[in-house]
Design a binder for this molecule. Structure first.
Ligand SMILES: *[C@@H]1O[C@H](CO)[C@@H](O)[C@H](O)[C@H]1NC(C)=O
Ligand SMILES: *[C@@H]1O[C@H](CO)[C@@H](O)[C@H](O)[C@H]1NC(C)=O
Ligand SMILES: *[C@@H]1O[C@H](CO)[C@@H](O)[C@H](O)[C@H]1NC(C)=O
Ligand SMILES: *[C@@H]1O[C@H](CO)[C@@H](O)[C@H](O)[C@H]1NC(C)=O
Ligand SMILES: *[C@@H]1O[C@H](CO)[C@@H](O)[C@H](O)[C@H]1NC(C)=O
Ligand SMILES: *[C@@H]1O[C@H](CO)[C@@H](O)[C@H](O)[C@H]1NC(C)=O
Length: 539
């Protein structure tokens, strides 16, 4: 696929000439002693950056503007180091863009870095202190407290600080604005930065942040365990998830007032799982559920409470069934959450999910608190005071980190800051994306518009895709909406999401629809449902 890239000249105000050569030697001169240059290579206009031995992010970014690509290695303690990469485009808009990571990866995210190039940014990403071939591999953290420090923020913060020094020397001028974009672990990294190093970024775009590790990782294990063992009468095999999803669509699609195959108000749905019951002993068990299986659904679709009615974590949302196999099917033997518990929390490879209980949640809270792992500070006053802007989005059908987790974070910021007289909407807005799963995409049968140039979304459509092809403006592109908010103080009241036919840019647009500031949602005016102008945001 060779998508068309339309460079918006107006967004690249400053054509800048490099003040130093694109060479290893030149960069080594401007770095602190804990940092060395691994390589510096020039990429010509329209060229490809060929990734060298990056296990987590092996994909070459293509269709690049002329730039200098440099990688650095930083010693962060006597037992740890991290690497980071930077793209320095010939045409620089005096902006810095930092891309986040995903899972435990663990690699310089070159492809996502390229998301900033369309706007003329210099672009940064770090491997967070380890490189792994499997984003679920947590063994790097075993007996390695310094590597955990790198992962929980030291590597990112230090990379951004050094990148600011590097662009100043390279272009002979400071970056005027600094932006961030990341989803999942990347969302966590963004919130952690906003909370811990508010000076690093002026604008932060986060998708479905894994901010509450202590509860999220234990919920993930609990969800898997609820559906185990696989010979239990209540066990729901993967093959039934789509049957459940179809019935949910049947009952919940209309809860938002429009039958369009998109569940836009999952919380308004009064779902009756009994509709899925097998109605005779002879019924085909691949198309209906037994009573114990229906009972299990009540666990999955309800918030998780423990102990003395303590809220632990929000439920799976209606519409997320197509992603359930990520958590609920296996034994979690090699899953992210089990590795998290083994190698980060307990530092004990002998720990298994068989050792799981509510005590695990309490242990997780204690460990996460002691190493500052959860990004659970709801008071964003320092970021607000420096005029920072936070744009947050989440798929309403996210089956890996339920959307309720994003809503919980947002609502707690409001509960913390509104009583101090702060109008949170002035600097922090959450957008929900009906039908979207974790960070990108929808179920294969869904026509829901989901693409807003969120973190890593462009890379999922193609290695040379930048921005929202055909719609290079702040009304359709979350990154551009954030730039406008930061630089012109005009915050987005809606962002129009795009669904390309077959999720292929070349095939053209299937439909578009506005996303609204939470807790609002798009309401249909009538007319052609596929046209964004026939919808408005209702709060
Ligand atoms: C990246 O480019 C290099 C050099 O052309 C090539 O050898 C490698 O296979 C490419 N990697 C991927 C993942 O396409
Ligand atoms: C980075 O430097 C550390 C020493 O601090 C070294 O152990 C490590 O191998 C280096 N990494 C790379 C990729 O060169
Ligand atoms: C690297 O050195 C600089 C300058 O001494 C220091 O400010 C910075 O904290 C160090 N970075 C790390 C990751 O140790
Ligand atoms: C990945 O880590 C290994 C050591 O674990 C190191 O030798 C290698 O250079 C690293 N690769 C990169 C690209 O940092
Ligand atoms: C896990 O549970 C088993 C069986 O109860 C027990 O023998 C073992 O010590 C536990 N391991 C850990 C790491 O808690
Ligand atoms: C908060 O600010 C938004 C715009 O930033 C405005 O629409 C809204 O009315 C304000 N809310 C309150 C309670 O003042």
């Amino acid at each position: 696929m060779k998508p068309t890239i339309l460079l918006a000249a107006s967004l690249i105000p400053t054509a800048t000439v490099a003040m130093m050569p694109c060479s290893k030697k030149a960069f080594n001169k401007i770095l602190p002693s804990n940092s060395t240059t691994l390589y510096a290579v020039e990429v010509p206009e329209g060229g490809t950056f060929e990734v060298a031995s990056d296990l987590s992010y092996p994909t070459n970014a293509t269709n690049l503007p002329a730039l200098c690509a440099v990688a650095f290695n930083v010693t962060s303690s006597s037992s740890s180091s991290f690497t980071f990469g930077i793209f320095l485009p010939k045409q620089w808009s005096k902006r810095l863009f930092t891309a986040g990571n995903g899972g435990f990866a663990g690699g310089i995210n070159w492809l996502s870095m390229a998301e900033g190039l369309e706007e003329g940014f210099a672009c940064v990403s770090t491997d967070t202190g380890h490189n792994v071939s499997d984003t679920n591999d947590g063994t790097w953290a075993y007996n390695a407290p310094e590597k955990i420090k790198d992962w929980t923020g030291r590597a990112l913060h230090s990379s951004v600080q050094q990148a600011k020094t590097i662009v100043s020397a390279y272009y002979g001028s400071d970056a005027k604005y600094s932006y961030y974009s990341g989803c999942s672990t990347g969302g966590y990294q963004g919130l952690k930065e906003v909370q811990t190093y508010p000076e690093d970024f002026d604008g932060v775009l986060v998708g479905s942040p894994a901010w509450w590790h202590s509860h999220l990782q234990t919920w993930s294990i609990q969800v898997a365990l609820w559906n185990q063992p696989s010979d239990a009468p209540y066990h729901i095999p993967d093959s039934l998830f789509s049957v459940i999803g179809a019935e949910v669509m049947n009952q919940c699609d209309g809860a938002d007032g429009v039958l369009d195959g998109i569940i836009s108000a999952p919380k308004s749905c009064d779902f009756h799982p009994e509709a899925l019951l097998c109605t005779s002993p002879a019924a085909d068990k691949s198309e209906c559920l037994t009573a114990p299986q229906v009972e299990l659904l009540y666990n999955l679709y309800n918030n998780w409470y423990e102990g003395n009615n303590e809220f632990v974590f929000p439920q799976y949302s209606y519409g997320s069934e197509f992603q359930w196999s990520m958590l609920s099917s296996g034994t979690e033997e090699s899953g992210f959450s089990e590795q998290f518990a083994k190698y980060i929390m307990y530092q004990n490879p002998e720990w298994t999910v068989a050792n799981f209980s509510y005590q695990t949640v309490l242990d997780a809270e204690r460990v996460c608190k002691s190493v500052g792992l959860d990004a659970d500070n709801f008071d964003l006053t320092p970021f607000h005071h420096k005029q920072g802007k936070l744009l947050h989005y989440v798929g309403l059908a996210d089956g890996l980190i339920p959307p309720g987790s994003s809503e919980y974070y947002h609502n707690h910021v409001v509960q913390t800051m509104a009583p101090q007289g702060v109008n949170v909407t002035d600097f922090y807005r959450l957008f929900t994306i009906p039908g979207m799963g974790h960070c990108a995409y929808t179920s294969s049968s869904s026509k829901a518009p989901w693409y807003i140039n969120g973190a890593s979304q462009a890379g999922s459509l193609g290695t040379g895709v930048r921005g929202v092809p055909g719609y290079q403006d702040a009304g359709h592109d979350a990154l551009r909406a954030l730039i406008k908010w930061v630089e012109e103080d005009v915050g987005p009241n809606k962002i129009v999401a795009t669904k390309y036919k077959n999720d292929n840019v070349e095939d053209g647009v299937l439909q578009q629809r506005p996303l609204c500031v939470y807790p609002g949602r798009a309401t249909f005016r009538g007319g052609d449902m596929t046209k964004p102008e026939n919808w408005y945001c209702e709060n």
